[in-house]
Design a protein around this ligand. Structure first.
Ligand SMILES: Cc1cc2nc3c(=O)[nH]c(=O)nc-3n(C[C@H](O)[C@H](O)[C@H](O)COP(=O)(O)OP(=O)(O)OC[C@H]3O[C@@H](n4cnc5c(N)ncnc54)[C@H](O)[C@@H]3O)c2cc1C
Length: 644
C-alpha cells in the first residue's frame, strides 16, 4: 500500500486522475457530440420526445401536494433564521419528497426523472435552502448512485430508509480538492482481514452533512500498480452517520442558501464494511461523474424555475412602475431586458426538458447535453436575476422584510440573487463544465489525428496515424463544407426554419473550426482555454437553439403558438452570439490578456491596489477565532456530531 503524498498533485497527476475517471466510449448516440463533430443530427431530437401522460397522471397527486406545501412555506423566515423548521422537513418526508425516484418496491414514489426535475423546479422557484436539502439528497446523495450501481443487497438495506426520508449527502470536496480530485487526502485503508475499510479525513462544504443519516464518501484506497506505475484509486463508500468516528466539525454559512445544512465533516477511524463500497474499488470518481450526468439535470430545471419567478416579478413591476410618464417596461432599455428574459427563460426550459426527455427515452448518451444544460441555464439564469434586480431598481436591492415593513410587497429579488450565485460553482463550475465539454469535443480528432500534429511524434507514428485517419477525414472534411443538410429547407418549422438552417450551416462550421484549431495548435490546443471555450459556447448556443425550435414546434402543434415568437426571438439573439464567437474564435486579444494577467499575478501591478482598507478582521477578532466560536450551534455540538 502506498501512503498518499502530502504535496499537491502535479498538473500531470491531476489530468491522469481525471482521464482515468472519464467514460471513454460512446455506446449510445448524442446530438451534442455529433454537433461538435460538425454533424447536425436533428433526427436524434426531433420530433421532441412526447410527454409521458401516464407518468404525468401518476405524478399529479404528489406535485399537487408539493405545490400546496410550497405555497405555505415561509421562505423569508427560513432565510432570516437560517433554519428549516423540523416540522417542514417531516412534512416533506411524509409526502415522499425524499424518495421521488426510489422504486415503489422499496417504499419510494417510483416517479421519473422528469417528475423529479419538475418538483425541483417548483421548489427552487421559491426556496433555495429547501431545494438544496432535497436535491443534495437525491441528485448526488445516496439514492442516485445506489440506483445506478448498488447491489441488490445494498438496495434492500438502504432504499427503504432513504424512501422514508433519511437525509443523505455526497462528500467529495476537501480543502485542497475542489475542482481537482487528485488532491484528495481522505483515505480508506483495508483492515488486515480485508472485511472493512477504515476511513480517515475531512470533507468540506458537504451539503446536508450536518443532518445526514447516510453519506456517499469518496476516499483514496491503496494505489494500484498498472504497467509499473502507481495509479491513484478513489472509491465510493456508503457511510452511516451513526458509525463511530463520524463528526460534524463545523456548520458552514454562506452568502445565500442561508438554511443549507452544510458542514465540515470529519471521519476519524470510521470502520466501514466492504459491502458498503459502491460499484467497486477504484471506481469512485467514475461513479461520481456518471452520477452527475443525471444529477446535473436538476440544476438546469431549478435555474428555469428561478428564471420564471423572476420573469413574473419583472413583468408585473415593469407595467406597474411609472417613471418619466410611462410604465418603465415601455422604455426601450427595459423592454429589451423583458423580451430577452422571456425568450431566454423559454430556451432554458427547452434545454432542461429536452435533455431530461432524451435521458428518459433511453439508449442515449446524455453526458454532454447534461453538462451544456448545467452551464447554459445557470449562466443565463444568473443574468435574468441580475436584470430583474435592475428593473426593480432600489427595491431590487432592498430586502423583502424591509419592503414589507414599510408597506410594500415583499418581493425577494436580493434573496434570489444570493441563493442563485452558487449554481455557477458547484456540481462542476462553469470553467470545469467548459473543460469537460471541450475534452469531448476534441476527443474524436485527438484519437484519430493527435499523432500527426504532435511535434514529438516519430515519422512512423505520423504515417500510421495518417493511414488510420485518412479514410475518415476524406469524407468527413469535405462534407463539413458542403453537406446534404444544406439542401434541406426544414419547412415543417415554419417561421423557425431559417434558424434551423442556420444551425445546420453553423454546426458544419463548428466542426471545421474545431478541426482547424487542432491543426493550428496541435497538442497545445488543450492549453488554449479561451479558444476552446468559445467553441464550446458556440455548441451550447446551437444546442439551445435546436432545443428551442424543437420545443416550440411541439408546443405550437398543441396550440401554444406563443412559443414560436419566444423561440424566434431567442434564436435571433443566439445567432448574434454565435457569429460573434466565430469572429473572435482565435481571440485577437487573448495573448495580451494572458500576458497582463501574469504581470498582475507577479504583483507588478499591485501599485493599483493602494488606498484601500484591509480585509481579514471582523468585530475586532481574527476571522479564524470567530470561526472557532460560532460555526457550530450549541445544539449541534454532540447531537449531530454523534458525540456522546
Ligand atoms: C454551498 C456549497 C455547497 C456545496 N456542496 C457540496 C457537496 O454537497 N458535496 C461536495 O463534495 N462538494 C460540495 N461543494 C463544493 C463545490 O462542489 C466546490 O466548491 C466546487 O467543486 C469548486 O471547487 P472549489 O470551490 O475548491 O474551487 P477551485 O477548484 O479552487 O476553483 C476556483 C476557481 O478556479 C477555476 N478553475 C479551477 N480549475 C480550473 C482549470 N483547470 N481551468 C480553468 N479554471 C479552473 C474554477 O472554475 C473556479 O472558478 C459545495 C460548495 C458550496 C459553496
Amino acid at each position: 500500500m502506498t501512503e498518499p503524498a502530502e504535496a499537491l498533485a502535479t498538473e500531470k497527476e491531476a489530468r491522469d486522475v481525471a482521464e482515468s475517471a472519464r467514460e471513454t466510449e460512446w455506446e449510445h448516440p448524442s446530438f451534442a457530440r455529433e454537433l461538435y463533430l460538425g454533424r447536425f443530427r436533428l433526427d436524434l431530437i426531433h420530433p421532441h420526445p412526447p410527454e409521458d401522460t401516464a407518468e404525468a397522471a401518476r405524478a399529479k397527486p404528489f406535485l399537487d401536494k408539493l405545490a400546496d406545501f410550497m405555497a405555505r412555506v415561509n421562505s423569508e423566515e427560513i432565510d432570516r433564521t437560517g433554519e428549516i423548521p423540523e416540522a417542514l422537513v417531516q412534512e416533506l418526508r411524509d409526502m415522499g419528497a425524499f424518495g421521488i425516484k426510489i422504486p415503489k418496491e422499496y417504499g419510494g414514489l417510483g416517479l421519473s426523472q422528469m417528475t423529479y426535475i419538475r418538483a425541483m423546479e417548483l421548489v427552487t422557484s421559491k426556496d433555495g435552502s429547501l431545494v438544496a436539502l432535497l436535491s443534495a439528497s437525491q441528485s448526488i446523495g445516496v439514492p442516485q448512485p445506489l440506483k445506478l450501481f448498488g447491489t441488490d443487497d445494498q438496495k434492500r438495506r438502504f432504499f427503504p430508509r432513504l424512501a422514508k426520508g433519511a437525509i443523505s449527502a455526497f462528500a467529495l470536496t476537501e480543502v485542497d480538492a475542489g475542482s481537482d480530485p487528485a488532491n484528495m487526502r481522505t483515505t480508506a485503508t483495508p483492515t488486515e482481514d480485508g472485511a472493512h475499510f477504515v476511513i480517515n479525513g475531512e470533507k468540506l462544504w458537504c451539503t446536508n452533512g450536518t443532518r445526514a443519516e447516510l453519506f456517499v464518501v469518496m476516499a483514496r484506497t491503496p494505489d494500484r500498480e498498472v504497467k509499473g506505475k502507481n495509479v491513484k484509486q478513489i472509491t465510493a463508500f456508503i457511510v452511516d452517520s451513526a458509525m463511530p468516528g463520524v463528526e460534524v466539525k463545523h456548520r458552514l454559512r454562506f452568502m445565500g442558501l442561508k438554511a443549507i445544512e452544510n458542514g465540515v465533516i470529519r471521519f476519524d477511524n470510521v470502520k466501514v464494511p466492504r459491502e458498503n463500497i459502491l460499484w467497486g474499488e477504484g471506481k469512485g470518481l467514475k461513479l461520481a461523474l456518471i452520477t452527475l450526468n443525471t444529477g446535473r439535470l436538476t440544476l438546469p430545471a431549478g435555474a428555469t424555475g428561478g428564471a420564471k419567478a423572476m420573469l413574473r416579478v419583472a413583468r408585473k413591476w415593469a407595467m406597474e412602475r411609472v417613471q418619466w410618464g410611462q410604465p418603465i417596461g415601455k422604455h426601450e432599455a427595459v423592454a429589451q431586458m423583458i423580451a430577452k428574459m422571456a425568450a431566454n427563460t423559454f430556451a432554458m426550459e427547452a434545454v432542461a426538458e429536452l435533455a431530461t426527455a432524451l435521458y428518459e427515452r433511453g439508449n442515449y448518451d446524455i453526458r454532454l447535453e447534461a453538462a451544456i444544460a448545467k452551464l447554459y441555464n445557470t449562466e443565463h439564469g444568473w443574468r435574468i436575476i441580475d436584470d430583474t434586480l435592475q428593473i426593480r431598481g432600489g427595491r431590487g436591492y432592498e430586502m423583502a422584510e424591509s419592503l414589507a415593513r414599510r408597506g410594500e410587497e415583499a418581493i425577494p429579488v436580493e434573496r434570489a440573487m444570493r441563493d442563485f450565485r452558487i449554481n455557477l460553482i458547484f456540481e462542476g463550475s462553469s470553467e470545469i463544465m467548459r473543460l469537460f465539454i471541450a475534452r469531448e469535443a476534441v476527443d474524436h480528432h485527438f484519437k484519430l489525428a493527435f499523432d500527426i500534429v504532435k511535434p514529438e511524434s516519430s515519422m512512423k507514428e505520423r504515417l500510421s496515424a495518417m493511414a488510420k485517419s485518412t479514410p475518415f477525414y476524406l469524407t468527413w472534411y469535405p462534407s463539413r463544407w458542403v453537406g446534404a443538410g444544406q439542401l434541406k429547407r426544414y419547412g415543417e418549422f415554419g417561421k423557425l426554419a431559417t434558424h434551423v438552417r442556420f444551425i445546420e450551416r453553423n454546426t458544419r462550421h463548428l466542426g471545421r473550426s474545431i478541426f482547424h484549431a487542432m491543426v493550428r495548435y496541435g497538442p497545445k490546443l488543450e492549453r488554449k482555454q479561451a479558444v476552446l471555450f468559445r467553441a464550446v459556447d458556440i455548441g451550447a448556443e446551437l444546442f439551445a437553439m435546436s432545443a428551442a425550435c424543437v420545443r416550440a414546434d411541439m408546443l405550437a402543434k398543441k396550440g401554444q403558438t406563443g412559443a414560436i415568437a419566444l423561440a424566434d426571438t431567442f434564436c435571433r439573439e443566439a445567432r448574434l452570439r454565435v457569429q460573434n464567437h466565430f469572429r473572435n474564435l482565435y481571440g485577437p486579444n487573448d495573448a495580451n490578456l494572458y500576458k497582463l494577467a501574469m504581470s498582475v499575478l507577479k504583483g507588478e501591478q499591485a501599485w493599483l491596489e493602494q488606498g484601500i482598507a484591509a480585509y481579514g478582521t471582523e468585530m475586532g477578532l481574527p476571522v479564524a477565532q470567530i470561526a472557532q466560536e460560532e460555526s457550530v450551534r450549541p445544539s449541534e455540538r454532540g447531537v449531530l456530531a454523534g458525540i456522546p
